[in-house]
Design a protein around this ligand. Structure first.
Ligand code: PGA
Length: 246
């Protein structure tokens, strides 16, 4: 049985006390043996949630970071600051950051480097919009995103190189990607990343993952786990989803 990566992105769904409550619930839900669960709470909930997750051997990550360590960047939080609160992982280039907050490929690269500088594990998110898919540009878009993220980057050994395929049109829409197509794209991503870095990435799928469809993804040979948004921000839906893996 392959090691499964189960990432829970709570986005901006929960306040600090709701997050604390859900973290306690996560602690009681036993995930499959050998799997790695990483929770990405809102920035304001990190300090409340971190000790609870740690006690239950679950990891904690930042949803977004700024690439500078310190400085005059009103409203931003650095990777170093997240690390200080126990974060071991950080997302880079989530599509909501790219599209709603206009993060460029260059911004994402700077974030990746800053996360690695802190010896944290970055999870890069890549994916095409519906228009790009309809125009037959999936490969071209992914190649651009991956090249910008990894070209000439010395990716340290001993840190998982994680890439999540997250088609923009599948995120938060209830319209998940066909598992065979997700597998095809994750394999493609794997080949590109190998060419760029010499390393084999951990390939995840994200976009409307639920208890109903999770098995179809994790049963694919190249998909090693999932990045779950909406269904991870609720005790019942998360436990239903985990149950499908046992
Ligand atoms: P979703 O979000 O599961 O709500 O579609 C996925 C994500 O945050 O990457």
């Amino acid at each position: 049985m392959k090691k499964l990566y189960l990432f829970a992105n709570w986005k901006m769904y929960l306040d600090a006390s709701e997050s604390e409550k859900l973290a306690r619930a996560f602690g009681k839900i036993s995930s499959p043996r050998g799997s790695e669960v990483v929770v990405f709470p809102s920035a304001i909930a990190v300090s409340a949630v971190a000790p609870i997750l740690k006690k239950n051997k679950l990891s904690i990550g930042a949803q977004n970071i700024h690439w500078a360590d310190h400085g005059g960047f009103t409203g931003e939080i650095s990777a170093a600051m997240y690390k200080d609160f126990g974060c071991t992982h950080a997302l880079a280039g989530h599509s909501e950051r790219r599209h709603l907050f206009h993060e460029s490929d260059h911004d994402v690269r700077l974030k990746l480097e800053a996360i690695l500088d802190q010896k944290m594990t970055p999870a890069l998110c890549v994916g095409e919009t519906l228009e790009e898919r309809k125009a037959g540009k999936v490969e071209e878009v992914l190649e651009r995103q991956l090249h910008s993220a990894y070209a000439n980057l010395l990716f340290p050994k001993g840190i998982d190189l994680i890439v999540a395929y997250e088609p923009v049109w599948a995120i938060g829409t209830g319209e998940s990607c066909d598992p065979k197509e997700a597998e095809r794209v994750v394999e493609l991503i794997g080949n590109s990343v190998k060419k760029l870095t010499g390393q084999t990435p951990v390939g995840l799928y994200g976009g409307s993952v639920s208890a109903e469809n999770i098995r179809h993804y994790v049963d694919q040979p190249n998909i090693q786990g999932v990045l779950v948004g909406g269904a991870s921000a609720d005790k019942e839906s998360w436990s239903a989803l985990i149950e499908k893996l046992s």
